[in-house]
Ligand binder design. Sequence first.
Ligand SMILES: [Zn+2]
Length: 66
Amino acid sequence: MSLDKNAGALPPPETVTVSTKRVCCDGGGTATGHPRVWMDMGEDMFVDCKYCDRRFILDPNAPEAH
Ligand SMILES: [Zn+2]
């Protein structure tokens, strides 16, 4: 597991720090917007939105991070 999968060739995806492992994304209402979807990080500390490539990262200080 690496947080640097796009290192080098592409600019890093937009990242959003969240306090829960279950997150919602709708693309932010911009040109990259998409229908609202819910995602769960499961055993990971982050999840990527498969629609807009935003990366949601669990706040290390959040209760669910421990
Ligand atoms: Zn999204």
